[in-house]
Design a protein around this ligand. Structure first.
Ligand code: NAD
Ligand code: LMR
Length: 329
């Protein structure tokens, strides 16, 4: 039986994340080895030629699942019939620039794109915002798409999740595959809180296994939370291949489900769980099944965690208030 291709729209397709992402989508790693895909690449006019070059390379791979590539600078065309939208195109943070500075620079991009999704995407559209500040950009896009269920707009904290697993594995000598139930709470920013109190390493509680609150507070949390800045410092450019990898993981898990006994982290519109104000897009522990996600409920939040979740959520409410004042909500 021939399956109808899934339409995947990627914005910022000519950028460095786009370059690391598109070949993996076309090869089947986003949706599955038996799912044909049709790509829509959205760029600004100056990016179109480079996007065409990437499309030539995609053709040259002769990917069996790739059924078409359209390149455009028109958001309405790019999101027409989109089933999955990866909103990557944005201005990346450069050396010394704080993420808060990016709000007004990037906010203007996500409002029209949210409207274009509202007006043109398929009914089952799933949106992942990667472009920073990802949580608040997702909120702006979601607010501009009143006809799309709010929960379809998500922001990427999977890179933080993967970074935290890798750091914890290195500290304990475990394999990354031994680590389960880790959570990123809050914003994709330096205030995020990687929580290991409910995590497990080979079935044992991670915080008890580490048993070193000073390492947790002074090394683990800042290393994970400031990893994006450390990569910029080292590479002179923000993370690209690891960000593309996390975007693949995020969408793949959303569609295909979390493994039994594990969960993942996603930036999603809060329903008020864990005292996070309803509506802001904050990272939570979630399980996924049949293309839908649910917040993991009933976790005990100790004082150490509470203070850090609250600090990141406070930053998110301030970002929301700032974009509201800019007329972006
Ligand atoms: N959430 C995360 O974990 C995470 C991780 C890494 C990077 N990022 C963010 O991802 C974004 C992209 O990073 P990059 O390194 O690929 O940047 P890049 O500058 O290499 O590419 C961005 C691309 O977006 C395009 N673009 C700009 N405005 C656009 C618009 N309105 N419509 C369509 N395309 C547009 C640009 O022309 C450019 O080609 C940045 O905001 C970066 O900070 C997020
Ligand atoms: O922090 C940044 O701007 C880069 C990116 O979000 C990252 O986490 O690598």
């Amino acid at each position: 039986m021939t399956r109808t291709p899934v339409n995947v729209t990627v914005t910022g397709a000519a950028g460095q994340i786009g370059y690391a992402l598109l070949f993996r989508i076309a090869s089947g790693q986003l949706l599955g080895a038996d799912v044909p895909v049709s790509l829509r690449l959205l760029e600004i006019p100056q990016g179109l030629k480079a996007a065409e070059g990437t499309a030539m390379e995609l053709d040259d791979c002769a990917f069996p699942l790739l059924r078409g590539i359209e390149i455009t600078d028109d958001a309405n065309a790019a999101f027409s019939g989109a089933n999955v939208a990866l909103l990557v195109g944005a201005r990346p943070r450069t050396k010394g620039m704080e993420r808060g500075d990016l709000l007004s620079a990037n906010g203007g991009i996500f409002k029209p794109q949210g409207k274009a999704i509202n007006d043109n995407a398929a009914d089952d559209i799933k949106v992942l915002v990667v472009g920073n500040p990802a949580n608040t950009n997702a909120l702006i896009a979601q607010a501009a798409a009143p006809d799309v269920p709010a929960e379809r707009f998500t922001a990427m904290t999977r890179l933080d999740h993967n970074r935290a697993i890798s750091q914890l594995a290195a500290k304990t000598g475990a394999q990354v595959t031994d680590i389960k139930r880790l959570t990123i709470w809050g914003n994709h920013s330096a205030t995020q809180y990687p929580d290991i109190f409910h995590a497990e390493i080979a079935g044992k509680n991670a915080a008890e296994t580490v048993n070193d609150e000073q390492w947790l507070a002074d090394t683990f949390i800042p290393t994970v939370a400031k990893r994006g800045a450390a990569i910029i410092e080292a590479r002179g450019a923000s993370s690209a291949a690891s960000a593309a990898n996390a975007a693949i993981d995020h969408v793949h898990t959303w569609i295909n489900g979390t493994p039994e006994g594990d969960w993942t982290s996603m930036g999603i519109p809060s329903d008020g769980s864990y005292g996070v104000p309803e509506g802001i897009i904050s990272s939570f522990p979630v399980t996924t099944k049949n293309g839908a996600y649910e917040i993991v409920q009933g976790l005990d939040i100790n004082d150490f965690s509470r203070a850090r979740i609250d600090a990141s959520v406070k930053e998110l409410t301030e970002e929301r208030d700032a974009v509201r004042e800019l007329g972006l909500l």
